[in-house]
Design a protein around this ligand. Structure first.
Ligand code: CAO
Length: 529
């Protein structure tokens, strides 16, 4: 029997983003067969009956519509079926027909007093169609926490779809009215905000009645069912309900899992691979817990919740710190000639609307040194028995944003010229600061640079961005007296600090890396060789 795409409402040309079965697979009624995604929702198409998959008729990325056949199944329960799946859906028969969760409407339920200066804003569960057994699976905020527009507040989930409810306004959370596990329904109060309602919100009424937004200024967005809008926090989880369920069963925090699906979506295999990897990792001896101190005994205190980016960053840094055997190699590089060259380019660069800082030169030089020392452009396999050397050079760089540290990645940095690198660095750091980075723009790095050059300092110990094996820290360049054998000369000196995983790299190799980097940055004509 053909299984078809059921009625998906107004959605058209939806994409197949996950195929959960293969020919020969035995499936139980309601097991997910494929996952489709429109711009508003992702939906699982479940098996209409227990049986065996005979043939899969669609591929990843295919575009489908209501009524399209997606696969062929043999029923094993011996039940004679006379109606087509489509007919069953149209007739609205519950038994055996594929069920979907309609994409919820795009209007968050917000009760705002009419005055634009209104402060108390109630965020409620929006219309969730016929979804049943909806519960809160994640509460992302706490009372007292400051939130920005679009920051995640709560994730609710039915049996078939999960929906993220973002904040429609910037403000402070006054009250969180639900906790994880609470059952909710349409209009259940979730969060009360002390909102900064400066401009008329973009969506307060159903779309058809809403006035056109006056500008492109960011406004509140709708709850996003089953998917996150990749706004660049990198901290939200982009996964469907079945994957969330599996993760919960296995005790996996999806925040730590990298998605390999379309647009970085986490699929079941990612969760399984994550579990496998962690099982293969030698156990770290337990740490004695930190003493819990009541600081208020010693004076006035204020508890400031960490943003999700900071909280996630803290976890990642701690994980890297625990797993990586860190050593840091410091050096001072004479960049007098580079700085003179950069000065001659200033005008030309600004005519191209480019701000030419030392960073693109450093990035270019790093790629050349990584080509000479490929073991730095690598990752250890989870069992620490081999080194996975990458033939590509995607260079991450730390960007300091209001919400915390974000590491966008410049793809194929070696193939780009200095101006192109400068443009890409500026584009990615702007996107990071305006929370517009796409998840894919933060993935796949093979080496990272952390530059505090604009800030100051004479050196620091960067933490390796595991599973990479090395990171270059760059401090502020300064004019110093350098002895040339007969006299002190004023030279521009750039302090660098290379942290590396000593399990993958020896100290002598790291020494040679910084010496070669110094040679290239000391005479950038060598970059052309
Ligand atoms: N020494 C002296 N001056 C430097 C310098 C250095 N090493 N690096 C940059 N500068 C100067 C630039 O030339 C620029 O000066 P002008 O405005 O006069 O041209 C100024 O500092 C500001 O540079 P920038 O920060 O705008 O640009 P950048 O290319 O150097 O860096 C970025 C971009 C995104 C890396 C940076 O803005 C940033 O966020 N850095 C912080 C990274 C961080 O937090 N790292 C720590 C993470 S923990 O490991």
């Amino acid at each position: 029997m053909d299984v078809t795409i059921p009625d998906i409402g107004d959605a058209e040309d939806v994409e197949v983003i996950e195929i959960c079965v293969a020919p020969g697979d035995a499936v139980a009624e309601n097991d997910a067969l494929i996952v489709i995604e429109s711009d508003k929702a992702s939906m699982e198409v479940p098996a209409p009956f227990t049986g065996t998959v005979d043939q899969v008729l669609v591929s990843l990325g295919d575009v489908v519509n209501s009524g399209d056949s997606i696969l062929r199944m043999d029923a094993v329960d011996g039940e004679e079926r006379t109606e087509s799946t489509d007919e069953a859906v149209e007739a609205g028969t519950a038994d055996g027909s594929p069920t979907i969760v309609e994409p919820p409407p795009v209007t968050p339920e917000i009760a705002v007093p009419s005055s634009p200066a209104a402060e108390r804003i109630e965020i409620r569960v929006p219309d969730i169609g016929e979804a049943e057994n909806v519960s809160v699976i994640e509460v992302a905020v706490a009372a007292g926490q400051r939130v920005a527009v679009d920051d995640l507040l709560v994730v609710v989930e039915s049996e078939k779809a999960s929906m993220e409810i973002p904040s429609p306004f910037a403000g402070t959370v006054l009250e969180v009215a639900v906790k994880e596990g609470d059952g909710v329904e349409e209009s259940t109060l979730l969060v009360v905000l002390d909102g900064e309602v400066e401009a008329p919100p973009r969506v307060l009424e159903p779309a058809s009645e809403a006035p056109e937004p006056a500008s492109e200024a960011p406004g509140p967005t709708a709850p996003v069912p089953a998917v996150e809008t990749p706004v660049g926090s990198g901290s939200k989880v982009y996964a469907g309900p079945a994957v969330r369920r599996l993760a919960r069963e296995l005790g996996v925090d999806l925040v730590a899992v990298n998605g390999s699906g379309a647009r970085g979506r986490i699929v079941k295999d990612d969760v399984k691979a994550f579990v496998k990897r962690n099982l293969g990792t030698p156990a770290t001896p337990g740490l004695a817990p930190m003493e819990v101190v009541d600081f208020s005994r010693y004076g006035e205190i204020e508890t400031v919740p960490l943003s999700r980016i900071r909280a996630r960053g803290a976890q990642n840094l701690h994980r890297s710190w625990q797993h990586v055997v860190h050593v840091t190699q410091h050096d001072d590089i004479d960049v007098t000639d580079l700085e003179a060259f950069r000065a001659t380019l200033k005008e030309e660069a600004s005519a191209r609307d480019i701000k030419l800082t030392p960073l693109p030169f450093i990035m270019k030089a790093c790629v050349r040194v990584l080509e000479m020392h490929p073991q730095f452009n690598a990752s250890l396999d989870p069992t620490v028995t081999s080194l996975i050397v990458k033939r590509y050079h995607h260079i991450g760089f730390a960007v300091d944003t209001e919400d915390g540290l974000v590491v966008p990645v410049v793809r194929d940095a070696g193939g780009k010229g200095i101006y192109e690198l400068a443009t890409e660095i500026a584009r990615l750091s702007d996107a990071a600061r305006s929370k517009k980075l796409k998840p894919d723009e933060m993935r796949g790095g093979s080496f990272t640079i952390s530059s505090l050059g604009a800030v100051g300092g004479t050196g620091f110990t960067p933490i390796v961005n595991a599973p990479e094996v090395a990171i270059l820290g760059v401090a502020r360049l300064d004019t110093r007296p350098v002895w040339d054998g007969t006299a002190f000369q004023p030279r521009k000196v750039l302090p660098v600090s290379l942290s590396y995983d000593h399990r993958a790299i020896n100290g002598a190799e790291a020494g040679r890396f910084v010496v070669d980097l110094g040679r290239l940055l000391g005479d950038v004509r060598r970059l052309a060789l």
